[in-house]
Each structure stands twice: as structure tokens, then as C-alpha cells.
Ligand binder design. Structure first.
Ligand code: ADP
Ligand code: ZN
Length: 672
């Protein structure tokens, strides 16, 4: 039987990479290892300890799953992602791997069964919540079975300075003390040097080998657009480039999550909210639906995400500025784990800078905390305002060098830069006059009205038409002036203060005013919508990139078949087959089991289980030349977004740049 034949093949004495490759091909259906996988697998099979740093989607799981199948005994996986263990185990079982988990969600009987399986050597992989290891009972249980390896997933949770710190991870040093001969492999996608050092020390892994992969995610297209009418821009993105696709929309606050989810639903897009303020049951239900169903959009705060290994998230959109480049990279990294083209899109505007600066200013953290937060924000702002390749800048942030990628907005439509020194001086001197000469507190709106020479009621009331800078800025329009304010804030030559976000000068403002410093600015592309489109292939263009047009109907039919299977079995659709696999089936139209089995993602267990059904679906689908040989099962049409009239009530007013919203309470990460 297949199940029995997979576990415990080979022995530590005659380990060759051949065994591993065989497992990769037979069980997982992948023709070859990717990147460092082969080296890592070989090292761990031979009994070595390892620290693996790989970006999300890099393929970390196989690094311990394959050795666990090759080495005798059970691979014990420590993971903080309790809510996702069931899915991880389901996915392995679908491959014919004998997997189980132990966490607080199990009943007494269920737990006893898994324990018995482990003791009797009937498990290839056992997932454990870290807190289990603090109980002597679990340690004694582990003594009773044979352990192939320990995999410590999300290893950055051991870092006391990180956001994801889990005190229970500190107890993991005992693994080495208690089972010195069992290899340990720690894995994480969090890359900073400091975290890496901390993992090595705390897990006592300094003698192990480190495998550091490139953090580049070439299939993700990075785009940062000026925020004008964010809701409308988002809807535009979803309709023109990602109709029917699964994706995540990140918002800062719980309130905006609710608002945006409602807005999308009102516009015919299947969207669900997720934030820490929802009750656990609703969160769990929405997460499960997102993972299981095709084409759902999750509108979420950063509470959503860690460990979400849904491979076919086609876009990650940010409607608010992330607090750091690390956060941004981690969140956008949830797109395109399957390697297919995906979009990371961020709408960013003046209000974001103001809001974030204010949030830091009013935070309760000490000075050191605020400095750190400020430095993180500055790096994020620099990324937003750059006129060079975004990817190069991202990789540089993580200590990697790169060349212009041709798959980010600045590469695809290079923005112009301009010497904004004079404009900056006009604005800064207006602020100086208001603040220092007259002792008045005003925000950006008033400063811009003054520069544009507008005799508004407020300008008249305060005699601002008497200022020497009144009307000297009519060479730029309002939106360009907003860009100037935003970039001065981003570059730190201007600051905001107090409840009403009044503008104040900074230490470097005087350098700009006295011409000691040049200010280069990015020219915001106008009109933004046209640029957005031009910057990225349209939905159709994308389709032809990774799927020939004539294969689309078969792909849709296969997706429908998969959705039905997933529903019947109560597992996520990707557990049946990944999109990438369905696409290669649709493109190559295999007619034999051998041909089908040769495709990436079709292992032995799935071939045996679904092979005939797939071949039948291929045979009965309309051939590419359009000649129908047999009656075609009508694929159920995907729900099309309802057309809505432009500018309809559903747009709402949005957080347009001209509003400076009060800082909303940002949500906290919360993943377990
Ligand atoms: P990570 O845990 O690093 O985020 P995963 O282990 O979830 O990444 O892998 C990401 C995706 O890449 C998964 O869909 C996985 O099946 C696929 N994958 C991993 N290794 C390979 C490989 N050698 N060949 C093809 N696909 C792979
Ligand atoms: Zn680029």
C-alpha cells in the first residue's frame, strides 16, 4: 500500500540524495528541488542541524518533510500556528503521508489516538504546539517513539525582541539536551541579522549549518501608487486585473476593515473581514472560507496572515501605509507562493505620512522605541518615494544586492524626478511665517491655499493674503503641492504636530531654506489611473502569460471540479491540486496517466485518486480547435462582479488625500 511504502524508506547509513529525490517525485510530484532545498535536505538526512532562512513561498516545508520521510522515525514539527495545523495535516494526508498533530483543539480520544500512532511508528510527521513541550507528559511520550528530526517552524518566534515572540519557544533548547542525536532544523522567513543571531543562540544551533536563500520574489510585481480615491482605485485594480482572484486587502484599523469589506461586497466582490476585534468563531470561519474557497478577498488588519500558506493568493493590496519595510515585505510575501504572477499594490498618500508620524509621536513607548519606530517609517517612506527599482531597494534593505527588475512600477514606467528645492523653500517659508512670525498653527491645506493665492474665507479671516508668500506657488497645482508636502514630510524636512496635524519646521528645514540642501522630488504620475493600467499587464495579458487563451475553459472546468472535491472532503481547494498544476493540465491536455503523472504537482497518491477523473475531464472538454466530440459538462460560471455606475453612492467619500483622518487605533498581530 502506498501509505505504508512511503514512511521510513532508506536508512541513515546509506543516505543518498537519490532517496530524497525519489520522495520528492513520488510523494510530492515535483520533478526537482528548488534553490537550496537539495543541500538542506541532504544535510538534514545525514543528521546535521540547520538554520534555514527562506522567503515566504520559498519552499521551506519540503526541507523538513522530505528528510522526515527518508529518515527512520517520525519528524516532529514545532509550530505556533495551531489554527492551521489541521490544514497542514490534511494537505500531507492528501499526498499519502501519514501525518498527525497534537494541540489543544483535540479531544481526549483524538489525542490518545495520535499518541498511539506515534508510539507505534505509524506517523511520518507529527505537528506539535510549542507549549506541549513544557509538559513532562509530552516529553515522555516523545521518548517512547523514534524521532527522525525536529523541525522548528517560524523559528523567529524565539526572538524576544520580535513581534511574534512566543515564550514557549524558549523551552526548545531542551530538545538538543534530551535528544542530542536527533537533527534539528529551524526555519523562518524573517531575515534580520539580529534575529538570526538570536535564533542561533537561543536554540543552541551555532554548530549547525546556515542556509540563507535570496529573499527575492520575482513573480510578485511591486507597485506603489499615489492615493487619490482609495476605494475606487482598489475596485479598479480588482476588476481590471484580478477579477475572480483570491487576494488580501490590508487596512490599518478594524473600522476600515469593516468599511472596505462592506464596500467590496456592495460592489459585487466576495469579500470577508478579519481583525482582532471579531470573535474567535467568526475569525476562524472567515479564515477557513478564505483558505477553502476559490476567489475570496480577505479584508484584514495585520492580525491576519502568519502561516497562511494558501498558494494562490494573487494580490496583496495595502490601503494604508505599513509601519515598516519588514512588515510590508512579510505581508506582500503572502501573494504568489505558487510562483505564478501576482501583484503587491499599495496606495499611499499625504494622509498616511501624517497619520503614521502622529501615531509615533503620541505613542506611549519610550524615546528609544519612538526612534526605532521613526527609523522604520523613514525606510518605508523612502521605498514609497523612490524613483529607482522598488525590488532593488527592498532587497538592499535585507542586505542583498540586485539589478533593476523590470517587474515593479518604477522599472515599468520610470517616474521622473525634479529639483523641488525652490518649491520646498516656498512651502517651508510659508510655514515659518505662519508659525514663527505669527505664532499660528495651520495644516497643509491652509499653506497650500496661501501658496496658490486663494482668497478663501479662512485666508481672509487671518489676513493670510498679506503674507509675502501669498500666491507665489501658482506654478504648481494643488495636487502637486500635496506631493511636495508629502515628500517633505517623508524626507524629514517638515513635521506635523498636535491634534490638528499642524505643520512645523525641523532641523533640516533651515538647511533647505538656506540652500545648503537640494531637495529631489518624485513626479507623481498623472493621471494615476492611466499609469496604474499602463504599469501592469491587464487581466487578459496576464492570462496569456501563464495560460494559453484556448486552455482557459478547461482550466475553469478543472477549477470547478476541484471546488466540488474540496467541498466534499472538507479541505482547502489547494489541497486537491494547486492552480499551477491545473494550469499545466489545461495547457498540456494529457491523455494518459503517465503523462498526467509527469506534471509538476501530481504525485503517486493524487494520481491514483484523481487520475481517471482528470483524464475524463480533459477528454470531455472542448478541444482547443473548437470541435466538440462529446457533450461538454457546462462549467458553472464564475460569479461576475455586478456592474455599478461610476461615482455611485457605494464609492463613499473614501479617505481622499484632502482629509486627514484622526489616527485610528491600529490592530495588533494575532495569529494563533
Ligand atoms: P514556505 O513555507 O517557504 O512559505 P512552502 O513550503 O509553503 O513555502 O512552499 C511554497 C510553494 O512552493 C508550495 O506550494 C510548494 O508546494 C511549492 N514548492 C516547494 N518546493 C517545490 C519544488 N521543489 N518544486 C515545485 N514546487 C515546490
Ligand atoms: Zn524594479
Amino acid at each position: 500500500m502506498l501509505l505504508a511504502s512511503i514512511g521510513g524508506m532508506g536508512s541513515t547509513d546509506d543516505v543518498v540524495l537519490g532517496d530524497a529525490l525519489q520522495v520528492l517525485q513520488r510523494v510530492f510530484g515535483y520533478p526537482e528541488f528548488r534553490g537550496d532545498q537539495a543541500d538542506i535536505v541532504e544535510h538534514v538526512i545525514a543528521g546535521g542541524d540547520a538554520l534555514v532562512l527562506m522567503p515566504t513561498g520559498g519552499g521551506k516545508s519540503l526541507c523538513y518533510q522530505v528528510p522526515a520521510l527518508v529518515r527512520p522515525g517520525t519528524g516532529v514539527v514545532i509550530s505556533p500556528l495551531i489554527a492551521l495545523m489541521q490544514d497542514q495535516v490534511d494537505a500531507l494526508r492528501a499526498l499519502g503521508v501519514r501525518a498527525g498533530f497534537l494541540n489543544s483543539s483535540l479531544s481526549y480520544d483524538e489525542r490518545r489516538m495520535v499518541e498511539a500512532e506515534f508510539v507505534h511508528g505509524e506517523l511520518d510527521l507529527l505537528y506539535l504546539a510549542p507549549e506541549r513541550l513544557t509538559s513532562e507528559a509530552t516529553l515522555r511520550l516523545l521518548d517512547q517513539g523514534e524521532i527522525a528530526l525536529f523541525a522548528i517552524d517560524e523559528a523567529h518566534c524565539v526572538s524576544q525582541w520580535g513581534h511574534d515572540f512566543r515564550p514557549d519557544y524558549l523551552s526548545l533548547t531542551q530538545l538538543h539536551e534530551r535528544w542530542p542525536k536527533v537533527p534539528r532544523i529551524a526555519l523562518t522567513a524573517t531575515a534580520t541579522e539580529a534575529t538570526r543571531e538570536e535564533i542561533l543562540t537561543r536554540l543552541d544551533l551555532s554548530d549547525g549549518r546556515q542556509f540563507v536563500s535570496s529573499f527575492d520574489r520575482p513573480n510578485i510585481q511591486y507597485r506603489i501608487v499615489p492615493k487619490k480615491e482609495p476605494k475606487k482605485q482598489l475596485l479598479d485594480l480588482l476588476r481590471t486585473e484580478h477579477p475572480g482572484d483570491a487576494g488580501i486587502v490590508y487596512c490599518l484599523s478594524r473600522a476600515s476593515v469593516e468599511k472596505i469589506a462592506e464596500f467590496l461586497v456592495a460592489n459585487g466582490i466576495q469579500a470577508l473581514p478579519y481583525h482582532a476585534g471579531l470573535d474567535a468563531q467568526t475569525r476562524q470561519r472567515n479564515q477557513a472560507r478564505f483558505l477553502r474557497e476559490d476567489g475570496l478577498v480577505m479584508v484584514a488588519t495585520i492580525a491576519f496572515g502568519m502561516g497562511i500558506d494558501k498558494p494562490d493568493v494573487r494580490f496583496v493590496a495595502h490601503l494604508d501605509l505599513p509601519k515598516s519595510v519588514e512588515g510590508y515585505y512579510q505581508e506582500t510575501g503572502r501573494a504568489g507562493r505558487d510562483g505564478l504572477p501576482s501583484t503587491a499594490w499599495l496606495a499611499y498618500g499625504l494622509s498616511d505620512v501624517v497619520q503614521q508620524r502622529k501615531m509615533i509621536e503620541s505613542s506611549e513607548g519610550d524615546l528609544a522605541f519612538r526612534r526605532r519606530a521613526q527609523a522604520h517609517l523613514d525606510a518605508m517612506l523612502a521605498l514609497c518615494e523612490t524613483i529607482t527599482c522598488r525590488r532593488t531597494m527592498l532587497l538592499d534593505y535585507f542586505g542583498e544586492s540586485g539589478v533593476p527588475c523590470n517587474n515593479c512600477d518604477t522599472c515599468l514606467t520610470p517616474p521622473e524626478s525634479w529639483d523641488g528645492t525652490v518649491a520646498a523653500q516656498k512651502l517651508l517659508s510659508t510655514v515659518w511665517r505662519l508659525r514663527n512670525e505669527r505664532g499660528q498653527k495651520f495644516g497643509a491645506g491652509q499653506a497650500i491655499d496661501i501658496l496658490l493665492g486663494r482668497k478663501t474665507a479662512k485666508v481672509i479671516q487671518f489676513d493670510h493674503d498679506q503674507l509675502s508668500t501669498f500666491g507665489i506657488g501658482d506654478d504648481l497645482n494643488e495636487s502637486e503641492w500635496r506631493g511636495v508636502v508629502r515628500q517633505l514630510l517623508a524626507q524629514g524636512h517638515l513635521a506635523v504636530e498636535g491634534e490638528y496635524s499642524t505643520l512645523v519646521l525641523t532641523e533640516t528645514s533651515t538647511e533647505v531654506l538656506s540652500r545648503k540642501r537640494q531637495v529631489l522630488m518624485r513626479k507623481d504620475p498623472t493621471p494615476p489611473r492611466a499609469t496604474t493600467r499602463a504599469a501592469a499587464p491587464t487581466a487578459k495579458a496576464r492570462q496569456t502569460v501563464d495560460l494559453p487563451e484556448e486552455a482557459a475553459p478547461l482550466f475553469e472546468a478543472l477549477r470547478d471540479w476541484r471546488a466540488q472535491q474540496a467541498r466534499e472532503q472538507g479541505v482547502p481547494a489547494y489541497v486537491i491540486f494547486h492552480d499551477a498544476t491545473l494550469k499545466s493540465i489545461a495547457a498540456t491536455r494529457p491523455t494518459t496517466l503517465t503523462a498526467l503523472g509527469a506534471l509538476s504537482g501530481v504525485g503517486q497518491a493524487k494520481l491514483a485518486k484523481y487520475g481517471d477523473q482528470i483524464l475524463e475531464a480533459v477528454a470531455t472538454a472542448t478541444p482547443p480547435d473548437g470541435v466538440t466530440t462529446e457533450p461538454v459538462p457546462a462549467p458553472s460560471p464564475k460569479p461576475k462582479p455586478k456592474p455599478t455606475s461610476k461615482g455611485g453612492a457605494a464609492w463613499g467619500s473614501g479617505t481622499a488625500d484632502d482629509e486627514w483622518p484622526e489616527p485610528e487605533e491600529p490592530d495588533e498581530p494575532m495569529d494563533w
